[in-house]
Design a binder for this molecule. Sequence first.
Ligand code: ZN
Length: 608
Amino acid sequence: MTAASAIRFQIRPIQPEAHLFEVSCVIADPDPMGQRFSLPAWIPGSYMIREFAKNVVQLWASAGGQPVVVDKVDKSSWRCAPCSGALTVRYHVYAWDLSVRGAHLDTTHGYFNGPCVFIQVDGKASRPHIVDIQPPAGDGYRTWRVATSMSREKAHPYGFGTYHAADYDELIDHPVEMGTFSLATFYACGYPHDVVITGRHRADLDRLCQDLAQICEYHIRFFGEPPPMERYVFLIMAVGNGYGGLEHRASCSLLCSRDELPRVNQSEVGEKYRTLLGLCSHEYFHTWNVKRIAPAVFIEPDLAVENYTTLLWAFEGITSYYQSLALLRCGLITPEVYLELLGQMATRVWRSSGRFKQTLAESSFDAWIKLYKQDDNAPNAIISYYTKGALAALALDLLIRRDTRSARSLDDVMRALWRRYGDRREGVPEDGIEAMMMEVSGLDLRTFFDKAVRGTEDLPLSELLAQFGVQMEIRPAESAADVGGRRAKVMLESLMRRPVLGVRLAEGNGEPKLQYVNDGSAAQRAGLAAGDILVAIDGLRVTRTNLEQLLIPYSVGDRVRVLGFRRDELMEFDLTLEAAPADTCVLTMMDNVDGATRAQRAAWLGAV
Ligand code: ZN
């Protein structure tokens, strides 16, 4: 036995119907003073304290066949009594969270993220970790296989058995799927990529592989070959209705709606399939941007507490910017569709008055308590570093292209960040993004950063886009279903006369409940609040679907009597209808542009 003995885990579904994994961990040379260990409170990539220890149902420890006393030290940590010889810690983890951040187990499949199931042994996290992944007992599970990007030790490909990681950090960065998933493999720049789909579906896997290969090759060539991983795995969970993704160093977990998967004989990239490809593109770009080009605090993160950075806008925003730009540059979407997606992104930003109150740097820093814990005041109080971050990336790209006459672009900045930090596994300091933007472009961008990242002024997108032959129009929404990005079907004058309350109804089929009340809106002035259930307007019943119809006969400035329930109390509100605000963005290609503008636009978007 050497001082650097591996930490050895075994994990198996002990009772799939009760959603229980049994995990054991053998520590050959436990701390003679009493070994301490803990479970992470959060999972990298998802910036919220989740307290994974809450799912540990029972825990035991033993050494040399004798039980060892274990005490809880704090909510996520334990300490064993001193013992001699190898220490075995065994515990049951409840796994019934079907999200890309959790662990999920039933009789149809098992899925887990390392932070949910693997304890971190104090003082020994840098050692190699070996994990023996076992199937549930019983004939019914004979056909189950394993999908993970973790390196195989003794297991056959896609088989149960032992896998290994260089250290704890790596161990928890390879989620594992087990079950009877569908599987397909494609190669991008010669490197194998697996697509694993769990859940009932009738997807055209060949088509999916073909399109993903293009996207992956684009990203690999963008940063430069070879890619930073030997193989890659897309773990996809297809459900009736769902959306989510989480990036890892050599894989990603995705939750998608079944109808986003491509069907056989579906030739075009439709709106739904485009959403899935965008999600895949996003997570794959993260393989470089955030998994390797990462804020300094994430290089050796403290998984027990919040880790603060003002830079999430660069890691999520720039990634969100490139997720669609890559689809365009691969020819999977047209420039018109690309501009539609940008318009929808801008609409989400322009609909949040929180953008005047929270900066991108603040949104990043407070992700733990705000973006990840949104309440009914969120649109009035915060701004998403994803959406506004993507627009800031767009603005920076255009600014650099314009002021360097297309000699430099955001692409060059990303490649420089990769060479300086990612490839060398060095953390990006808090001022590192801004410094690199200025170094690569040769421009003084401090004023831009003061306004766009450290300030709350609206981004100068309209002016910048116009210089690239793209017109940005901001108009009132046509209806509550209008997500922006498209020209209105009716005249602008009639849109500006459309009367509204200034609220958003909660999704779903239930009662017409107010999800948000916009700051300064007619509804807020009249006293309506989030959570109120609308009953009637001027004596006519309000339903989930008829609110806009009920308002058609009215004009802006008309007074209406609104009845609603707050809790179980019926209340009456006198409301003066307001005009729908201009908060819906539409980007369109300008036809009459000069040759220089056309060339700049083509350099940005590709040949258009
Ligand atoms: Zn992301």
